[in-house]
Design a protein around this ligand. Structure first.
Ligand code: SF4
Ligand code: SF4
Length: 357
């Protein structure tokens, strides 16, 4: 698939913990209770030192902290990890994605000194952001932003467009400019897709009871074009054919990138690393079929037990994942994450356009 020597980019999940409960995030059940299958896991500075050898960090062009299940802001050692990485490599792009609702001014000022950018996920204004970023507080976010920008940090704004905030895009962009953000991205989420068509999402309370709905934006320009096309394929009954036939073009290999989860597990990408989809018992997601074929199961991918080189040169990267691509149906082992993330209808790439700032 690709060679250890080629690795130039890393996507790092520092923690599976988060202060928020976004309804389309797999760490929780539609904005309610925490996903019961999700392990509480977090990487400390010592883990990062052990997982990423100096010779690897020194040749990276990019590392960003984001993840499938947690917000790096809440992890105990995040600032120390960034300081360590910057000390090892003074020129690589170092980024972090966060909801921004927490930590102290000192934390944000420290991050400003060592990161290349922090991308704040703020989906609306004071009266709407919390409808998706459930559990966040506007005042805390603004304090973080001001501390970070005030200390010279490069701040970027991601605005996921929904029906409930699409009227606020211009005002949010103006606020971003006033606060000193350098980039403002309108994000067209891919998470309204389902094989049966595009739909809204029922938000749940922690006890599982229904709360409000979140819905796609009404303006078609704010919808994810690849999701719209895929929904049309699904409605025409051709979704199975699409899954079987679409050409898979591996983004991880193209970008010489790998993903390290908060459990220290190494995957080509966050899509293959999503072992704990909400609503499925642990072990039922398709990737587990591959993981179970490894000599020590999940432990075989743990970079605290084996080196990243050993894992990348091992059967998961070299045989099992690429071996799924030529299969002719998901039932027969065609990897569903690979079809979804790297098939012909690229719902991931369709999320972003150019910065509006
Ligand atoms: S802020 Fe990020 S990690 Fe936290 S619930 Fe929302 S999407 Fe998930
Ligand atoms: S989803 Fe599959 S094809 Fe896409 S980057 Fe990951 S491993 Fe490669």
């Amino acid at each position: 698939m690709y060679r250890y020597e080629d690795i130039r980019e890393v996507h790092l999940e520092v923690t599976t913990r988060c202060n928020a409960a976004c309804p389309q995030c797999p760490r929780n059940l539609s904005g309610g209770a925490v996903n019961p299958g999700l392990p509480v896991a977090e990487l400390g500075l010592d883990d990062v030192r052990r997982i990423f050898p100096s010779e690897l960090v020194k040749r990276l062009r990019k590392l960003y902290a984001c993840g499938n299940y947690g917000d790096p802001m809440v992890a105990k050692d995040t600032l120390a990890i960034f300081e360590h990485l910057r000390g090892e490599n003074g020129v690589m792009e170092l980024g972090m994605f966060t909801n921004g609702s927490g930590r102290t001014a000192t934390f944000w000022q420290g991050l400003a000194k060592v990161t290349s950018y922090v991308r704040f996920s703020i989906d609306g204004l004071e009266d709407t952001n919390h409808l998706y970023r459930r559990g966040t507080q506007w005042d805390r976010i603004m304090e973080s932003v001001e501390a970070f920008i005030g200390a010279g940090g490069r701040a970027e704004w991601d605005f996921i467009v929904f029906k409930h905030n699409e009227h606020q895009l211009d005002a949010a962009r103006a606020l971003a400019e006033k606060l000193g953000f350098k980039r403002f991205f309108l994000k067209k989420t891919s998470r309204f897709f389902s094989a049966g068509g595009v739909s809204g999402r029922q938000v749940l309370e922690r006890d599982g009871g229904p709360s409000y709905m979140i819905e796609e934006p009404q303006n078609p320009l704010f919808r994810n074009a690849a999701v719209v096309r895929l929904a049309q394929v699904g409605q025409g009954g051709g979704f199975g054919d699409y899954q079987a036939e679409t050409e898979i073009s591996c983004k991880a290999a193209q970008h010489s990138r790998l993903y390290v989860s908060a459990e220290g597990l190494v995957f080509p990408c966050c899509w293959t690393g999503a072992l704990y989809p909400p609503g499925k018992p642990v072990g039922k997601a398709q990737m587990w079929d591959l993981v179970r074929r490894l000599p020590d199961g999940k432990d075989s991918l743990d970079a605290r037990r084996s080196s990243i080189r050993e894992i990348v040169e091992g059967p998961f990267f070299q045989e099992l994942v690429p071996g799924g691509w030529p299969k002719r149906s998901v039932k027969d082992g065609r990897l569903e994450p690979c079809v979804r993330a790297c098939g012909g209808h690229d719902t991931h790439a369709a999320q972003y356009g150019a910065s509006l700032l």
